[in-house]
Design a protein around this ligand. Sequence first.
Ligand SMILES: Cc1cc2nc3c(=O)[nH]c(=O)nc-3n(C[C@H](O)[C@H](O)[C@H](O)COP(=O)(O)OP(=O)(O)OC[C@H]3O[C@@H](n4cnc5c(N)ncnc54)[C@H](O)[C@@H]3O)c2cc1C
Length: 460
Amino acid sequence: MGQKFDAIIIGTGQAGPSLAERLSGAGMSVAIIERHKFGGTCVNTGCIPTKTLVASAYAAHIATRGADYGFSIDGEVRVDMKRVKARKDEISGRSNKSVESWLRGLKNCTVIQGHARFESARTIRVNDDVLEGDKIFINVGGRAAVPPIDGVNDVPFLTNSSMMDVDFIPKHLIIIGGSYVGLEFAQMYRRFGSQVTVVEMGPRLISREDEDVSDAVREILEAEGVTIRLNSKCISVSTRGESIAVGLDCQDGAKDVSGSHLLLAVGRVPNTADLGLDKAGITKDDRGYITVNDELQTNVAGIWALGDCNGRGAFTHTSYNDFEIVADNLLNGDHRRVSDRIQTYGLFIDPPLGRCGMTDADIRKSGRRALVAKYPMKRVSRAVEKGETQGFMKIAVDAETKQILGAAILGTAGDEVIHVLLDVMYAKAPYTVVQRAMHIHPTVAEFFPTVLSKLQPFNN
Ligand SMILES: Cc1cc2nc3c(=O)[nH]c(=O)nc-3n(C[C@H](O)[C@H](O)[C@H](O)COP(=O)(O)OP(=O)(O)OC[C@H]3O[C@@H](n4cnc5c(N)ncnc54)[C@H](O)[C@@H]3O)c2cc1C
């Protein structure tokens, strides 16, 4: 038998490193294993690099709007993708290095590089070593799904990972998938100068959002020249000379579209197929997500699963919150639960969407009596002053308890101001707390009292 540890953590995503710090700080001997890049998806191929690219795209976009703001630039605004990529690499690389040096600097923590695989419920093989752990924490994340689209094995395609190596402006980028990842890439590459077509199977973009949110996002993207092909029920791909052709079978318009590059943005799959879960007796669902209870324990005592691999969240903040739940329950005798958290996330197009709580469909399904208010960003003075008036704010409240049920803020600063509402939801306070609060002028949040004064019965 190899080395023994109090705790073994597999993966250095958004939960593993913080957990390593808490457990080792509490005096436990910890081994943390990483097979690829320290920091996982968010740091290397997800949030940090994409939001860095979004920032470059935003700056380029504003530069083209000089006439709106009263300045001019001599000549064309030209994007140098090599420099855009270098900036992204620098910011993302710094995070990757800081995760590694943080972990290597922890007392009681051994960092091991290699692929981890269960040999039993207490033992893990990494390279030529077998490690034994009293407690094992799985934080292996996920990767881009490559669906069985007709022809997909015969054409070159990009995913969110290989997009990180792109240092040129694709002439025409076709993106299959009209959801969060696909739309962020769509707008940023349009702003960098590519022609962009988004191909979506469903009847609307980001189908989990309210219909009015989907429609407004579509308008925002189309206004910038992104082509959106909905109802593409029967997608196929093939090469056509130098180009890639995507068959659509749309209800209207041309039956296919050809472009220079293809990005697949059609969801994620968990990294659980090569972990030897069967050797440990750990169960997963039919999509490969490790099954966990409300405290993130797997069906095997002493083994937890955190982050994207447990199917209970798909965001950096849900993975980090998983860490907080597990650490507080183990070290502080707490009983924090996944079901106590309120759903929230952003869509980082410009203007961004900040979302929390129930959608219209959730409210309908719950059968509650609700009130809802909607307010256009073009009547928010800060948005007018900034010249960023697209989108709207929408807040739903429970008619009886007066608690906020959910909100969608699609507009400038929507990703930040949503937290005003989210925190009131966590406090389980009535919406009147926000309505009666005095906010700073001129901000987007100062309009929440105005929005809430317009509540109307929600049409179930
Ligand atoms: C393009 C894109 C943009 C995104 N933007 C956002 C955003 O703006 N906001 C947000 O909240 N979320 C965003 N996300 C989602 C976010 O990146 C993930 O939810 C988050 O990184 C999940 O973290 P995790 O802890 O589950 O695992 P990951 O970060 O995926 O890390 C898992 C780690 O485990 C390692 N590993 C896997 N198997 C093994 C093994 N057998 N042995 C050893 N190591 C192993 C992997 O190499 C990896 O380093 C984005 C995702 C993508 C793809």
